[in-house]
Design a protein around this ligand. Structure first.
Ligand code: HEC
Length: 127
């Protein structure tokens, strides 16, 4: 592929960066996702808005995760990819400090649905 400047590609990238669409998780229930986030103990490592006691500092805050472009800097932030990361982060990056916790595919879909409601960053910027 040529590395020449491509105005169309730039437009596509910029519009993707500035106005990500709300992502819909097929079969995912945000309310159940919130319960799973508590039950699996994700908050021991992550700060997660709306989840009681989720103030962990081992991993990144999940505030605004719904508006990010990449998951763990490696995967495009799409529903199937997010669920894949939650179920099996080590298959994405064997060196990541996030453990495989044994989350089921169904629970990961619910968790993803909840995480995609988190579009506001701590600075108050909404994606
Ligand atoms: C032992 C600590 C730990 C636990 C428990 C944990 N994580 Fe993580 N998580 C991490 C770390 C560390 C990263 C950063 C990974 C990286 O960039 O390689 C991360 C990254 C993530 C990301 C990507 C964030 C981003 O902005 O890129 C998501 C989403 C995530 N975790 C969700 C979860 C969910 C959901 C659970 C519970 C099922 C969970 N984590 C449990 C440590 C943990």
């Amino acid at each position: 592929m040529s590395a020449r400047f491509n105005p169309l590609l730039l437009t596509v990238l910029l519009s993707a960066a500035c106005s990500p669409k709300p992502r819909v998780v097929a079969g995912g229930d945000p309310a159940r996702g919130a319960a799973h986030l508590s039950n699996y103990g994700c908050g021991s490592c992550h700060s997660i808005p709306g989840i009681r006691g989720a103030h962990g500092l081992v991993g990144p805050s999940l505030a605004g995760v719904g508006g990010r472009q990449y998951i763990a800097g490696m995967l495009p932030n799409e529903p199937a990819q997010l669920a894949h990361w939650i179920v099996d982060p080590h298959s994405v990056n064997p060196k990541t400090a996030m453990p495989n916790i044994g989350v089921t595919a169904k629970d990961a879909a619910d968790i993803s649905a909840y995480l995609y409601t988190l579009v506001e960053t701590p600075g108050g910027h909404t994606w």
